[in-house]
Design a protein around this ligand. Structure first.
Ligand code: PEP
Ligand code: MG
Length: 592
């Protein structure tokens, strides 16, 4: 953070997570468990507090049983046992007695007493040299959070309830399930302590066209609700109490961006063809069926990535096959005859279902995620495959699997698709038997066996967000190492090229649906390397269409060939930036 002269302006620098500029009042949101209510009570209130506690424990028991019933059909006995362990925590007299002892001794409200008891108890367990007991710590924290929700009457879904007027939301971290409900709220901008440019919260903000800055370290502790601020999602800064000069400069910037937006709007119905006549497919990444409308508004050619996991999170039950079928068919119908590529479920990493309590993992991005989860949770996977197949007669529906690491997963998934087709046939339900199936290329091992994968997939879609994360061993969520997350690293250039060559050798095609595609400088490199499709958040389509229509692909190919000879990420970025600024000066401001 920096202070500017005698004026009160304070500038916080973070990572530009979603483009755009906004100004307004800040609202600082804390997760319910961040601020445990604290109140001193009188002796007379003790029995009422104990009654409240008993009521919250009973309610928590009921909640856990309900969730257990809802998900038991989708889990095996071992996993459903998690809930039994949670119920046992609630029966544990030592925790409950300790909370009541603290309540009486410290004469504080029960939330505070329970919090103190839980902290003491979990700290003791965590210190014991016994793996089983240490595992109980996460059960206790889970159950503790539920009890606290019931005591305070708040829960995660209420996270945004404090937002009653348009404001810039500041928080430590915004879970994707919460970001998913932002579209219904008047959020001017988002500023978070943690996260990078490819966290799912940043991706969602871009889809919604909400400016966002992440990786601001401790902004949630250093600003207060009601402060006035300017958030710049281009440079990744938040300026609190901006001085007149800063406001004036931002006024100019906003006007320039508006002029550009108007110019880009004229391209909506024009094709994405380069100056030298190459037709590129420019499609959209969507998260909700209702986003199909946005794809049309921004002039996209169908959907290159439908992140279906948003149908699964932020709710208490699994979506049925029927509900999924309706969602997929709706998008297919609305965008017909353009293609709609539905990605099968990619849960895990930073996206979880609140009701499917998957065990906590040390490295969720390297863990039980995406196709790995689906190949084990076959009931969930089959319902989705059947829904996609059934939707395939309503438009040009295609599908792709996330996180493929080798041919084994591809073969297993394809075999399940064949089984689902046979089932549908015997049930007399319609589907497109020739539905195109592709693989996402997001893991270095997949690149290395891309020829073999290409024999099993009609197309590849490169998920650069994960490909960069896994190739460079840089957690895409961790702002501390965000400077190491280098899309122009020579290894990434080579991986992209190898993938494209392998699919071409086998008669397939390759697109890119990672966030690299929405950055004009990087998009030039991807096109030069041979990407035939770019899929970006709908609001980024006009900008990338403008780029394509003003690009000489022959020159971009030369640039890519040079990049493949370079030794450092910085050198490649410099060459690409120079090229893009020369070809497309309008897309850049002096600050870029
Ligand atoms: C990617 O990894 O680039 C991708 C598009 O998938 P996601 O961001 O949903 O992991
Ligand atoms: Mg991915």
């Amino acid at each position: 953070m920096s202070e500017n002269g005698d004026n009160r302006e304070r500038v916080f620098r973070g990572i530009a997570a979603s483009e755009g500029v906004c100004q307004g009042k800040l609202i600082v949101l804390h997760k319910p468990d961040d601020d445990v209510p604290h109140r001193t009570i009188s002796q007379d209130e003790i029995s009422d507090e104990i009654k409240r506690f008993e009521k919250a424990l009973a309610q928590t028991r009921q909640d856990i049983r309900e969730v257990q019933e809802k998900v038991s059909s989708a889990m095996d006995a071992n996993e459903a046992g998690i809930f039994d362990a949670h119920l046992l925590v609630l029966e544990d007299p030592s925790l409950i007695d300790e909370a009541i002892r603290v309540l009486k001794k410290d004469t504080v409200n029960i939330e505070q007493a329970f919090h103190r008891a839980l902290e003491k108890y979990t700290a003791t367990l965590a210190a014991v040299d016994d793996a089983y007991l240490r595992e109980r710590v996460s059960d206790m924290r889970d159950v503790g959070a539920r009890v606290m929700d019931n005591l305070t009457g708040r829960n995660n879904e209420d996270f945004l309830d404090a937002l009653t007027e348009p404001a810039i939301v500041v928080c430590h971290e915004m879970p994707p399930s919460v970001t998913a409900s932002l579209g219904d709220k008047e959020v001017l901008g988002i500023a978070t302590d943690i996260g990078g440019t490819t966290s799912h919260t940043a991706i969602m903000a871009r889809s919604l066209g909400i400016p966002a800055v992440s990786g601001l370290v401790d902004i949630s502790q250093r600003v207060a609700t009601g402060d006035f601020a300017l958030l710049d999602g281009y440079t990744g800064t938040v300026t609190v109490d901006p001085c007149e000069q800063t406001q004036f400069e931002y006024g100019l910037l906003i006007r320039r961006k508006q002029d550009l937006a108007e110019k880009l709007d004229e391209l909506r119905d024009k094709p994405a063809t380069t100056l030298d006549g190459h037709r590129i497919t420019l499609s959209a990444n969507i998260e909700h069926p209702s986003d199909a409308q946005l794809v049309k508004e921004y002039g996209g050619e169908g959907v290159g990535l439908f992140r279906t996991e948003y149908l699964f999170i932020h709710r208490d039950t699994l979506p049925s096959e029927e509900e999924q079928f309706e969602a997929y068919a709706r998008v297919a119908r609305e965008l017909k005859p353009s293609p709609v590529i539905i990605r099968t479920l990619d849960l895990g990493g930073d996206k979880f279902m609140s009701h499917l309590r998957v065990p906590e993992e040390m490295n969720p991005f390297l863990g039980w995620r995406a196709i790995r989860f689906c190949l084990e949770e076959q009931e969930i996977f089959r319902a989705q495959l059947r829904a996609i197949l059934r939707a395939s007669v309503h438009g040009d529906v295609r599908m792709m699997y996330p996180m493929i690491s080798g041919v084994g997963e591809m073969d297993q998934a394809n075999a399940l698709v064949e089984e689902c087709k046979a089932e549908l046939r015997s049930e007399g339900l319609d589907f497109n038997p020739d539905i195109e199936i592709g693989a996402m290329i997001e893991i270095p091992s997949a690149v290395m066996v891309a020829d073999n994968l290409a024999k099993r997939a009609k197309f590849f879609s490169i998920g650069t967000n994960d490909l960069i994360q896994y190739s460079l061993a840089v957690d895409r969520m961790n702002e501390k190492i965000a400077h190491l997350y280098r899309p122009t690293h020579p290894a990434i250039m080579t991986f992209v090229r190898m993938t494209i060559e392998a699919s071409a050798r086998n008669g397939g095609w390759t697109g890119v649906c990672g966030e690299m595609a929405h950055d004009p400088t990087l998009a030039v490199l991807l096109l030069g390397l041979g990407a035939e499709e770019l899929s970006v958040a709908a609001p980024s389509i006009p900008k990338i269409k403008y780029l394509i229509r003003n690009l000489d692909l022959g020159a971009a190919r030369k640039l890519a060939a040079e990049a493949l000879q370079c030794e450092s990420a910085a050198e490649i970025l410099e060459k690409a930036t120079e090229f893009a600024k020369q070809s497309l000066p309008d897309l850049y401001t002096e600050a870029d």
